[in-house]
Design a protein around this ligand. Structure first.
Ligand SMILES: Nc1ncnc2c1ncn2[C@@H]1O[C@H](COP(=O)(O)OP(=O)(O)O)[C@@H](O)[C@H]1O
Ligand SMILES: [Mg+2]
Length: 246
């Protein structure tokens, strides 16, 4: 489903990602952890070309990404992004659109779906994230946790093969994180291929099939939770999980 080969990214003369190689099979859930500034967001953003990169390649959902595509390959990148959903820490809903209109916008504009069909599907997705009764609510009428669940439903409306999450619960009050985590747990159990940058230990330990520890632009550890979380080999992973466990 995803194959990353010697991916490299610089900002000026700073190396942000250095020869990152990794594979993700269909249906896997990868928890990505590591110290701030290590390159987690940059890696995730390279995977759907929100960031360009300088070297290497990415195969994702049947698309082949390489340096120099920005601008030239807009159609390919748009098609790819419909197959690779992304959810951010800040929910980025359109403030002037209701929950249901946020969800139907891309299917109607990009895929030219009929209004009725798009809305039927949007209501199913709202049901799935526990918000069917809030379809008419605007973002400012929803809590952060509810907005994030609408954002997840919006990404799912494009019927992605892969979902990328960058700290989806970090901006939320603790009591709202569980509802969002519950939705992600259901997605993982339903067989969605997911990469999730997270500080939620329970998710990394109990839900992820594999954990990547990213540090200084490389994957310092890659293995099942029983190995990486319970018996970390590197100092950075030991320090990270030690601190999170408090
Ligand atoms: N636009 C940019 N210009 C220069 N440096 C950047 C830019 N974006 C990110 N970086 C640097 O890249 C490194 C990795 O950042 P990031 O991927 O956001 O890390 P993480 O998500 O693990 O906290 C950091 O050192 C950050 O300062
Ligand atoms: Mg980040």
């Amino acid at each position: 489903m995803i194959s990353v080969r010697t991916l490299s990214k610089r900002h000026g003369d700073r190396q942000i990602l250095q020869d990152v190689s990794a594979d993700v099979a269909k249906g896997e859930t990868i928890a990505i952890v590591g110290p701030s500034g290590g390159g987690k967001s940059t890696l995730l953003r390279c995977l759907n070309y929100l960031e360009t990169f300088d070297g290497g390649s990415v195969e994702i959902a049947g698309f082949n990404l390489r340096p120099g595509m920005a601008g030239k390959d807009a159609r390919t990148l748009r098609a790819m992004r419909a197959r690779v959903g992304m959810v951010f820490q800040q929910f980025n809903l359109f403030p002037h659109l209701s929950a249901i209109d946020n969800i139907t916008l891309a299917p109607r504009m990009v895929k030219r779906e009929a209004k009725d069909a798009a809305e039927t599907r949007a209501l199913e997705l709202l049901e799935k994230v526990g918000l069917r009764d809030r379809s008419g609510a605007f973002p400012h009428e929803l809590s952060g946790g509810q907005q994030q669940r609408v954002a997840i439903a919006r990404a799912l409306a494009q019927q992605p093969e892969v979902m990328l999450f960058d700290e989806p619960t970090s901006a939320l009050d603790p009591e709202m994180r569980d509802d969002v985590m519950e939705v992600m747990k259901d997605l993982a159990k339903g067989g969605m291929t997911m990469l999730v940058v997270t500080h939620e230990m329970q998710f990394a330990h109990d839900i992820a099939t594999r954990v990547w520890v990213i540090d200084k632009g490389t994957i310092a550890e890659d293995g099942p939770p029983s190995q990486v979380v319970d018996n970390p080999k590197t100092d950075v992973a030991r320090e990270f999980f030690g601190r999170i466990r408090k």
